[in-house]
Design a protein around this ligand. Structure first.
Ligand code: SF4
Length: 395
């Protein structure tokens, strides 16, 4: 079924871990893994652990055992995406230089779908790159400088639930670090391996995953908020961005109901809500699946209803149901998806740090490198543009 609907034809998986293994064996390379939010909630299923087990510590230990020089958290970059995307939303509302509603753009399948079938929507897509799209150039510039690493030796590996990210990292424009560093042949992110690939690699190496002692991320780009954690499921990007938008607009602490934004949670394919921030009534929608997105967009165009912010993810339930995740959802469906979602929300509530903009490592990054959200450097490195691909349809 997915093969018929996936806009990036990501169902046929290409394994990249053999190339990563070669990079690890090369003493001249520095291999840096970055792990997406939803991997840690599903990897355990490949090793017969209960559905929805939160295995972050073992996952980090596994990547170290496989030979990674550094293990960083893409949730950190999810916080970065939230801050840039919330700032962009506020600019759209207050300065009106770009149209509303703002659509999220962190799902590469959704972006390519919009480029192909709805190019008229492209000015509505957030220019903020996805977390992986921000993590790559930030590692090769800021992190490399802080850690005294030669950026040309860095091999960036994203560990993701998503086969479509293999397409995204190879988009021509995903080479911001190259321009900044003045180096040719430097890609922001070099490889993508999926949750299933990581498990396959571990099994080939005979690593006993269950007995691994928990390990923690390397610092500097390894700390993340609960908002970064929930990025991995449907409604999570919306909730994370609204937490930050609330504090940026009101200058007041994020209230409890924004830390538990029930109207945008749940497994319905389309959720709508009106959210009040100061004197603003924000009309938002959260959608997953291209079928639901098509119906929503057609209806929206017909009725001309007004929205401020719309999240679209392609996979059922968001990235927790991504094409590179363990295949249990084929048999267990929404029950398993809900277990994975619960695992992420539970983690969010366990953390003291719930808001992206409060992340101290992120604040340090802005202070020492990007300056502020939407600064000139942030626009160059963390934002992108999209292409009309409607000619691919041959019409
Ligand atoms: Fe990838 Fe699916 Fe997440 Fe989109 S929803 S980013 S295709 S895993």
């Amino acid at each position: 079924q997915c093969a018929n609907v996936c806009p990036v034809s990501s169902i046929t998986e290409t394994y990249e871990y053999p190339d990563v293994r070669k990079a690890i064996a090369d003493p001249d390379k520095i291999v840096i893994f970055s792990t997406s939010p939803s991997v840690r909630i599903a990897l355990g299923e490949e090793f017969a652990m209960p559905d929805g087990s939160f295995v972050q510590g073992k996952m980090v230990a596994l990547l170290r055992k496989l030979g990674g020089d550094y293990v960083l958290d893409t949730n950190f970059a999810a916080d970065l995406t939230v801050v840039e995307e919330a700032s962009e939303l506020i600019e759209r509302i207050t300065k009106q230089q770009a149209p509303l509603p703002q659509f999220t753009s962190c799902c590469p399948s959704w972006v390519k779908y919009a480029e192909t079938y709805h190019p008229d929507l492209l000015p509505h897509l957030s220019s903020s790159k996805s977390p992986i799209g921000m993590q790559g150039p930030t590692i090769k510039t800021y992190f490399a400088k802080q850690m005294n690493l030669d950026p040309s030796k860095i091999v960036n590996v994203a560990v993701t639930p998503c086969t479509a990210k293999k397409f995204e990292i190879r988009r021509e424009e995903m080479n911001a670090a190259s321009g900044y560093l003045g180096l040719n042949n430097v890609r922001d992110m070099d490889y993508v391996i999926t949750t299933r690939e990581l498990a396959k690699w571990a099994k080939e190496e005979d690593i006993d995953f269950i007995s691994l002692e928990d390990s923690d991320y390397d610092r500097l780009m390894g700390e993340a908020s609960g908002a970064g954690v929930i990025f991995g499921n449907t409604g999570g990007v919306m909730e994370a961005a609204l937490r930050t938008a609330y504090e940026y607009i009101t200058k007041e602490a994020v209230p409890e109901d924004f830390l538990n934004l029930q109207p945008v949670r749940g497994l319905e394919a389309v959720k709508e809500a009106t959210v009040t921030i100061a004197d603003l009534q924000l009309k938002v929608a959260v959608i997953y699946g291209t079928k639901a997105a098509t119906e929503f967009i057609n209806q929206w165009k017909e009725t001309n209803q007004s929205y401020h912010f719309i999240e679209v993810m392609t996979c059922p339930g968001g990235c927790i149901g991504g094409g590179g995740q363990p295949k249990g959802t084929l048999f267990k469906g929404d029950g398993l998806r809900q277990n994975r979602i619960d695992g992420l929300y539970n983690r969010d509530t366990q953390l003291n740090l719930r808001n992206s903009h409060d992340n101290p490592e992120l604040q340090k990054l802005y202070k020492e490198f990007y300056g502020r959200p939407l600064s000139k450097l942030a626009e160059e490195m963390l934002h992108t543009s999209y292409h009309d691909r409607s000619s691919d349809l041959g019409k």
